[in-house]
Design a protein around this ligand. Structure first.
Ligand code: AMP
Ligand code: ZN
Length: 114
């Protein structure tokens, strides 16, 4: 999609620190990390938010989680623990309207979130 920051990251038109990319999924480091490890995992295809996902995205969403697991393991987070977050819409604090899963780890995370 034109004018979507994360579509541009997928296409390599905006630089990012990519940790993973295949035909379906891209993972890259968050530019403004909220934890020592903060990675975003996204579908390459533009889906504005989890609200816009449909039944045809079932395997894509499953793969997104499994790629995230692989990255959590790679980043040394699997043992000590981590958090997945999908901010959605205005109350959810979503600022980029291309579906993304945050992986946060590397410190004790507070609960509930703000
Ligand atoms: P959200 O608030 O859930 O929509 O998260 C958007 C995330 O994208 C924030 O954590 C931002 O720091 C991150 N972000 C924004 N621009 C970039 C960029 N160019 N490269 C990497 N991460 C970004
Ligand atoms: Zn997009």
């Amino acid at each position: 999609m034109q004018d979507c920051l994360f579509c541009k990251i997928v296409a390599g038109e905006i630089p990012s620190q990519k940790l993973f990319q295949d035909d379906d999924i891209t993972a890259f480091r968050d530019i403004n990390p909220a934890a020592p490890k903060h990675i975003l995992v996204i579908p390459n295809r533009h889906i504005a938010s989890i609200n816009e996902a449909s039944e045809q995205d079932q395997s894509l969403l499953g793969k997104l989680l499994l790629v995230a697991n692989q990255i959590a393991e790679q980043e040394g987070l699997a043992e000590e623990g981590f958090r997945y977050v999908i901010n959605t819409g205005s109350n959810g604090g979503q600022t980029v309207f291309h579906l993304h899963l945050h992986i946060l780890g590397g410190r004790q995370l507070g609960w509930p979130p703000g």
